[in-house]
Design a protein around this ligand. Structure first.
Ligand SMILES: Cc1cc2nc3c(=O)[nH]c(=O)nc-3n(C[C@H](O)[C@H](O)[C@H](O)COP(=O)(O)OP(=O)(O)OC[C@H]3O[C@@H](n4cnc5c(N)ncnc54)[C@H](O)[C@@H]3O)c2cc1C
Length: 371
């Protein structure tokens, strides 16, 4: 007996993994992707001979099954990632996440030490993101490392808009003592292949029908079809990994996303940053970019020159689901009306700030659930 028809919206990590696992089980899988390629921002593109993605996309995970699954498609080169942050006020780069050892190097160390003592004696405030960070590290460090960076990163006017559950900076650890790696996860790295994760996406889709440049703009849940490019695609099961508001015709309003465009710059040196440990620099001030990435550190591309990318803020792309109280409320309204046989996975499908490992893991869990 033939299995159900599945339509997957979006061909990023979550959509491709779901398509692979479910087509292996005999489902009839169709994937609809608005772009001309799979992978979303994780698709490797080239500036001249230099490979890059939309922002560095390092794999990091505690999940051995996810790591082994990915590694069986694209062999992962393991490394630890370290980053720095440029603080304009001090005209200085410091380790990022914040390190106790760096604090005495700061010109306002005395004041910082006083504020940290007050923070230590006080209680953490969970009213919102800003209050959390002020109560955790005091105003001086907050202003240097968190305040402007977070507003820029999330394209918001006030950090009070973000919830305290979403601690985000330093992944919930205010100041580190010793371990200067950005990610503490057991498995971390990036594919050896110069085309990065591309083979993962292409191989995952081999047994599915894939339609590129096909944007889903409507779901008819009663009749069981989605509409894209004036065509209908019938389904028994619908898996959404794309922008939720678009496919529900914005009926509960537009969800907020923070977008980026990338400016690739080739430099006449082997690496952009001399220090072999530093992969990228965060810019915490009012510069129009959030990060400068030394991309060869990520891709290991062989070349006499190197590629630096600047991540500029942009309204043109919808990348980071904004974790503000307003947007989470809008998403909840959509969620309360998700139809039956509809499954939301991935970063856009669930409207959460999550990583590659989560996208793969959620697709694995869904495949188990569907049987
Ligand atoms: C700049 C940046 C840097 C990041 N760095 C890291 C990192 O270092 N490590 C890490 O683990 N994670 C990182 N992430 C997050 C990680 O890349 C994502 O969590 C992961 O790739 C999400 O995969 P996904 O399949 O859920 O979503 P996506 O990759 O976004 O895939 C969704 C797909 O759906 C398509 N789509 C959307 N709407 C529609 C529609 N209406 N119709 C048809 N198609 C549609 C999109 O084009 C896209 O291809 C980063 C994210 C960003 C933005």
């Amino acid at each position: 007996m033939s299995k159900d028809k599945i339509v997957v919206i979006g061909a990023g990590f979550s959509g491709c993994t779901a398509a692979y696992l479910l087509s292996q089980k005999g489902y009839d899988v169709t994937v609809l992707e608005v772009e001309a390629h799979p992978g979303g921002g994780c698709w490797t593109r080239f500036h001249g001979e230099h490979p890059y993605t939309i922002g560095p996309r390092i794999f990091y995970s505690y999940n051995k099954d996810v790591y082994e699954h990915l590694d069986s498609f694209v062999k992962i080169r393991k490394f630890d990632t370290r980053t720095i942050s440029y603080i304009e006020k001090d005209d200085c780069f410091y380790n990022y996440p914040l390190q106790y050892d760096d604090l005495p190097l700061m010109p306002d160390y005395e004041q910082i030490a006083k504020e940290l003592q007050i923070a230590k004696e006080g209680e953490l405030n969970f009213d919102n993101f800003e209050k959390y960070w002020l109560s955790a590290i005091g105003p001086s460090l907050y202003e240097k490392f968190v305040d402007d960076y977070s507003k820029k990163m999330w394209a918001i006017d006030s950090n009070e808009e973000l919830s305290a559950d979403f601690k985000w900076v330093n992944r919930g650890t205010p100041i580190r003592d010793g371990d200067s790696r950005l990610f503490g996860d057991q498995f971390q790295g990036y594919p050896f292949a110069i085309t990065g994760y591309n083979d993962y996406f292409l191989k995952s889709l081999e047994n599915s029908k894939v339609h590129y440049q096909t944007k889903v703009t409507r779901i008819d849940a009663d009749k069981g079809f989605v509409e894209a490019n004036n065509q209908s695609f019938e389904y028994d099961i619908l898996i959404n990994t794309g922008h939720t508001d678009e496919i529900f015709e914005f009926k509960h309003g537009e969800l907020g996303y923070s977008g980026r465009t990338i400016i690739p710059v080739v430099l006449p040196s082997k690496f952009a940053f001399d220090n072999p440990d530093y992969f990228w620099a965060h810019y915490s001030g009012k510069q129009p970019y959030t990060r400068a990435v030394d991309f060869k550190k990520v891709t290991n591309n062989e070349s006499e020159t190197c590629l630096l990318t600047l991540e500029m803020l942009s309204d043109e792309t919808r990348l980071y689901p904004k974790q503000t109280a307003r947007d989470l409320k809008i998403f909840d309204r959509y969620k309360s009306e998700f139809p039956s046989n509809y499954y939301a996975i991935g970063r856009l499908g669930k409207f959460k700030y999550t990583g590659i490992t989560d996208a793969i893991e959620q697709a694995m869990e869904l495949s188990e659930e569907l049987g």
